[in-house]
Design a protein around this ligand. Structure first.
Ligand code: NAP
Length: 294
């Protein structure tokens, strides 16, 4: 008999909207008190169409939220030293409160060196080694935005993580690796899978909580989802397709993120929230005193 269970959707789009509304209210209060708006600087090397679109989208969302955006566009021929200089100048500029260096920056550039030129208090995209270490030690700091968004989504749907088997498929520095650290900090028992993992399907089948962060359309098959599992699909592939085969997975999962409208909107919401937070701190303002929390 065909299975008919349909998982409840974890609607990132509506949670993200609420986070952005809260950020807009806080940004307005920061602007009133400090006499200047929060400002996010975006840095783009080259003109890769997808990166241009991502940066433009982030800038538009900033402006709508009451965050000023400043853009630094550099040619594809930019050297590591030139990029480090440009990022360092933004790190020193008191009118810039957050810095987003769009990835990828081009193979000839030492991307790590460029990321490390971001001042820790302006690392609203959570890409520096210091931010990663702070997150891993459970110390205050900015988290990488997509992992931070995933955790907020799990909390919104009251997903109990303590003692649960969490499987993260993917180990990139901006997504898979940090989300596993955040799940570990919440007492999940975490397993990472990657391109060298053998018998990945059998590991996926054990997951109470599955995070797919691979970048391959419908890579996780519904038949491998443990009945009742919570499925977070961070993948975003051409044609608005995730890394999980949604149609089959939803017949076994208890909760699942749609693509689009799941993890994607959360990433930008966390970026905006962290930018406003960074500005408030740099202006010496108490966030809680500015606006009531949501
Ligand atoms: P990435 O840097 O390319 O990393 C992909 C990871 O998947 C790597 O760890 C890789 O393993 C692993 N992998 C690749 N092929 C595999 C296979 N056959 N079996 C098992 N593991 C495999 O990608 P990313 O930046 O983390 O992004 C992953 C996905 O998330 C993409 O679809 C991307 O578009 C999406 N994404 C979405 C957002 C958002 O805002 N929603 C943000 C960032 C990324 P190795 O380490 O062994 O190579």
């Amino acid at each position: 008999m065909a299975q008919t269970q349909t998982a409840r959707l974890m609607e990132g789009a509506s949670l993200a909207r609420r986070i952005v509304e809260q950020s807009a209210a806080t940004a307005a209060a920061v602007t009133r008190q400090a006499g200047k708006p929060p400002c996010l600087a975006t840095v783009l090397v080259g003109d890769d169409p997808a990166s241009v679109t991502y940066v433009q989208m982030k800038r538009t969302r900033c402006e709508k939220t009451g965050i000023r955006s400043r853009h630094v566009g550099l040619p594809a021929t930019t050297t590591t030293a030139e990029l480090v200089d440009a990022v360092t100048a933004l790190s020193r500029d008191p009118d810039v409160h957050g810095i987003l260096l769009q990835h990828p920056v081009g193979r000839h550039i030492d991307e790590r060196a460029a990321f490390e030129a971001i001042a820790p208090d302006k690392d609203v995209d959570g890409v520096t080694m210091r931010s990663f270490a702070a997150m891993s030690f459970g110390l205050p700091g900015f988290v990488s935005c997509t992992p931070g968004g995933i955790m907020r989504l799990l909390d919104e749907y009251d997903v109990d993580l303590a003692g649960k088997r969490a499987v993260v498929v993917g180990r990139s520095p901006i997504l898979g690796k940090p989300v596993g650290m955040l799940l570990l900090a919440r007492d999940a028992t975490v397993t990472y899978c990657h391109s060298r993992t053998t018998d990945l399907a059998s590991i996926v089948r054990e997951a109470d909580v599955l995070v797919a962060a691979v970048g391959r359309p419908r890579f996780i098959r519904g038949e491998d989802i443990k009945p009742g599992a919570v499925v977070v699909d961070a993948g975003y592939n051409p044609g608005n397709v995730g890394d999980v085969d949604f149609e089959t997975a939803k017949t076994r999962a208890s909760l699942i993120t749609p693509v689009p409208g799941g993890v994607g909107p959360m990433t930008i919401a966390v970026l905006l929230a962290q930018t406003v937070d960074a500005a408030a701190r740099q202006f010496g303002l108490e966030l809680d005193a500015l606006v009531p929390s949501a």
